[in-house]
Design a protein around this ligand. Structure first.
Ligand SMILES: [Zn+2]
Length: 382
């Protein structure tokens, strides 16, 4: 990984480069910020740079033996700790990160901005992966190995907040007693869940959301910039990973919007005579979705309502809608206003909570649609 491959975060880049040039490298550092802002790619570029044999003023050379091994993340002095799922049966010692290393390398090379959820999906697991207690012993074992060839031995602990407490305590011990040229880089998008004793002993570097201009430039450089891009950029909230997800999820979002429009129309037209014919097809569609999609739809619907409310207030620069959403908002927004927005949001949030608690989806959605009907009509008599 090169510094030049990292989107934005210029201040952090130059700070790390200056420190490395002056040989001021804190032995334990923590890169933190929301997911997708570049903590892991920065750690990789930094590690590659401080071990590069012919570093340039602003990046690694890319040619030396060390850089070449870094390109495949296979340098023998580069160690990774990351959340996993124990796949060994009881009686065995249990899985360790090294068992998953080839897969992890693959995923990181594919997308260095990946999130814990992406990794969990790659593992095809329902459970959230964690860093087990036994990994603590692995870390100590690796630190006791002599550096094979590099100037710095690097230990990257990704998603450090997922460390089991016993493992975290072992890590704490080793960072309290630094050994030779070892660099620990802890990475986290949730530092509140990291032991305060660890937090106080590492040099923390906060990664802010990536600015809009850099995200725009990134899409342009990849030839992906078009009329829909500004919408995706705004909704990425500074996360490159989220930006690409937004682009790739375009079809899903269009589907949810379609469903939202049908739902609102059906609810508006709901009355004694049209009752069955209006709600049944939508209700069937909603109940046929899986629970995860139902939750995603409800979250999406809450965003639509919020955006329509803002649109209604005519605060243009705060409206984050794409062309199709705007088209619908021109007709629908007037139905969402200060008289009903709060109840609208509450009803959708309640439905979402019920779905998550495994309530019967058919009743949840039927109930929701009756409430929407009331709220839309409520608007008619100001
Ligand atoms: Zn090099």
């Amino acid at each position: 990984m090169f510094f030049r491959d990292i989107v934005g975060q210029d201040d952090i880049k130059s700070r790390l480069i200056r420190g490395a040039a002056a040989r001021r490298v804190a032995h334990a550092q923590m890169f933190h910020g929301i997911s997708g802002v570049g903590c892991l790619p920065m750690a990789l570029a930094y590690a590659q740079y401080i071990n590069c044999e012919n570093p340039l003023p602003d990046d690694s050379c890319g040619q030396c033996p060390s850089c070449r091994k870094y390109a495949g993340l296979v340098h023998p002095d580069l160690h990774f700790v990351f959340p996993i799922i124990n796949k060994k049966s009881s009686g065995d010692d249990g899985s360790v990160c090294d068992d998953f290393l080839p897969q992890f390398r693959n995923e990181v090379l594919k997308n260095p901005y990946l999130s814990l959820q992406d990794w969990q999906e790659a593992l095809q697991e329902d459970k959230k992966p964690i860093i087990y207690t036994r990994e603590g012993d692995e870390i100590i074992r690796k630190l006791n190995l002599k550096a094979f060839e590099a100037q710095y031995k690097i230990m990257i602990i990704w998603c450090a907040e997922q460390m089991h407490e016993a493992c975290a305590n072992k890590v704490l011990k080793v960072i309290e007693e630094p050994q030779g040229q070892t660099l620990f880089i802890l990475i986290s998008d949730n530092i509140e869940n990291i032991l305060p004793t660890i937090r106080s002993r590492v040099q923390q570097i906060f990664f802010p959301p990536i600015d809009v201009e850099h995200l725009r430039r990134e899409l342009k450089s990849k030839g992906l910039y078009n009329e829909a891009s500004e919408f995706y950029i705004k909704n990425a909230k500074g996360s490159l990973n989220q930006l690409y997800k937004n682009i790739n999820n375009d079809d899903t979002n269009a589907y949810y919007l379609r469903l939202f429009i049908d739902m609102m129309r059906g609810c508006w037209n709901l009355n004694e005579t049209t009752f069955g014919s209006q709600w049944r097809p939508i209700l069937e569609q909603l109940t046929s979705l899986g629970r995860t999609s139902q939750t995603a739809f409800l979250q999406n619907a809450q965003r639509e309502l919020r955006e329509n409310f803002v649109y209604n207030l005519s605060v243009d620069n705060l409206v984050y809608m794409n062309a199709d959403e705007l088209d619908f908002a021109q007709r629908f927004a007037r139905f969402v206003n200060e008289r009903n927005i709060e109840q609208f949001m509450n009803e959708f949030a309640l439905a979402e909570a019920h779905i998550e608690q495994n309530a019967n989806a058919k009743y949840v959605f039927l109930d929701l649609m009756l409430k929407i009907n009331e709220l839309l009509k409520l608007n008619m008599n100001p």
